[in-house]
Write a protein that binds this ligand. Structure first.
Ligand code: TGC
Ligand code: FAD
Length: 406
């Protein structure tokens, strides 16, 4: 049997056929309602039509498929669980999670485009903004007319954002903003940035900074081996005059940005299942089709061990996400519970990608299969939105009552 199912050479970008089918070993679909299943199937179809045919090529060229922002808006991927009044989906948290799962099944960078827009830009405006700010920005963000980014991390403050040095000084009807943010998804293509900065009392405030404001620039970061189809940059502020009407009035302190992170981390806990499932799906099919020693490699016990462990871990991750979703729907998902699910599910997906790569043998390193792209993407997902170890320490703090950070 020949290797590969793509239509171009290994070195080139392969427009492979997307033969993905979902995996539901524990009949978890029975726990979902019709809205969840409709959303899941619609996003799965959209990913097959719009993402799969182009994603290897964009990742190969390290280019962001920015034309997909409009399509993401059209399928309701921006703020699915925010109110319809502002042009958003009005769905529940499980629907939001399933949409993230299906997007990340396509590529973590595509899910990032949606996570940042919905959970890190629209959510803080919805939760902490004035009614005027909500009406001004949310409908345009939901429809993809405006693209946003979220600036928390700084060059010298990643895991410890409370040490940030980006600051605002009072200047009559405006604040003067100075500082820099690093590793910001979507920043070079964003129309607005939700930026977290310290005021003169050292308290953290959120501001909406608009493209074109004097002294504001967004240089792109190049050279990433991970999330290559997602655009990442800096935010640089040199005496930027931000009107006071652009400050989010309803929050002060680190709990502002951390609340947004809870929303986005929840989505990643679901999203990682998608990446893991795509790797498992590809490995299962390959194990049935690839013949060595006169039989399918899936007949070897060592291959079966890998596949059996993959579906076991995927099933546990699905149950964790579903239960977290039911808690989130009634406002009872704690930040520490979200940390556990983000950490577990991303690590699970990365381990599955590594095992799936082995099952694909040499073909596993090519872009005829999604494995290496998912694996490289997941290295970022393991680090952003709180690293693997930071989430472990959050769980440790929750169960012991002792704080490792202070
Ligand atoms: P600490 O003293 O523990 O907390 C300060 C205040 O915040 C509250 N809080 C939370 N609120 C909501 N959700 C959470 N997850 C919260 N965690 C804490 C807390 O109750 C307290 O409130 P109050 O009222 O007492 O003031 O803060 P700390 O400085 O000790 O830090 C704790 C630590 C290390 C856990 C936190 O800083 C942390 O999570 N660090 C990781 C940083 C991080 O995740 N950065 C992500 C940047 S954004 C990003 O990566 C986007 S990628 C997007 C994409 O492309 O998809
Ligand atoms: P550091 O904080 O320097 O950590 C380095 C290592 O030290 C890690 O292993 C960490 O776990 C460990 N460490 C740190 N503190 C402790 C401790 N107390 N105990 C034990 N170990 C510790 N940020 C945004 O604000 N907006 C974005 O849109 C965004 N997008 C991103 C996109 C990409 C592609 C990437 C790579 C990052 C993005 N980030 C974004 C930044 C991301 O959140 C940070 O990279 C992450 O929080 C870690 O910070 P750091 O990279 O500075 O690592």
């Amino acid at each position: 049997m020949s290797q590969g199912n793509g239509s171009t050479t290994h070195a080139g970008a392969s427009a492979r056929e997307d033969r993905f089918q979902g995996h539901d070993y524990y009949n978890i679909d029975e726990l979902l309602n019709d809205d969840h299943l409709l959303a899941r199937d619609a996003v799965r179809d959209w990913v097959k039509q719009e993402v799969s045919p182009i994603i290897e090529d964009y990742a190969n060229r390290a280019e962001c498929p920015t034309h997909l922002f409009k399509g993401l808006a059209d399928i309701g991927a921006f703020g699915p669980s925010l109110p319809a009044k502002y042009g958003c989906g009005g769905m529940d948290e499980i629907a939001y999670g399933i949409i993230m799962q299906e997007l990340e099944r396509g590529d973590s960078g595509i899910r990032s485009m949606a996570s940042v827009q919905g959970s890190l830009v629209m959510y803080p405006i919805y939760r902490f903004g004035s009614e005027e700010q909500k009406m001004k920005y949310l409908p345009k963000l939901a429809s993809g007319e405006l693209i946003g980014c979220f600036g928390l991390t700084e060059p010298d403050h990643g895991s410890n954002p409370s040490g940030m040095i980006t600051n605002i000084k009072d200047d009559g009807d405006a604040y003067i903003l100075n500082g820099a943010k690093m590793w910001i998804t979507n920043s070079p293509v964003a129309d607005i940035a939700v930026v977290w900065a310290k005021n003169e009392e050292g308290r953290i405030k959120g501001l909406i900074v608009e493209k074109g404001m004097k002294g504001f620039s967004t240089p792109e970061i190049h050279g990433k081996w991970s999330l290559r189809a997602s655009i990442t940059g800096e935010l640089v502020f040199e005496d930027v005059r931000v009107p006071k009407s652009n400050v989010l009035p309803e929050v002060e302190g680190l709990k502002g940005p951390l609340s947004c992170l809870s929303k986005a981390r929840y989505g990643i806990a679901w999203g990682a299942i998608g990446a893991g499932m795509d790797c498992y799906d590809s490995a299962l099919r390959y194990s049935q089709e690839r013949i060595q020693f006169g039989k399918p490699i899936g007949q070897f016990q060592l291959t079966q061990k890998k596949l059996a462990e993959m579906i076991t871990e995927l099933t546990k991750a699905q149950l964790l996400a579903w239960r977290l979703g039911t808690l989130a729907n009634v406002g009872k998902a704690t930040p520490a519970q979200i940390s556990m699910a983000k950490r577990n599910n991303v690590h699970m997906a990365l381990e599955i990608a590594r095992e799936a790569r082995q099952i694909h043998g040499g073909m596993g390193i090519t872009n005829e299969y999604p494995i290496m792209r998912h694996m490289m993407n997941l290295e970022t997902v393991l680090t952003y939105e709180g690293t693997h170890d930071i989430h472990l320490l959050i769980t440790g703090m929750d169960v012991t009552g002792l704080n490792a950070f202070k």
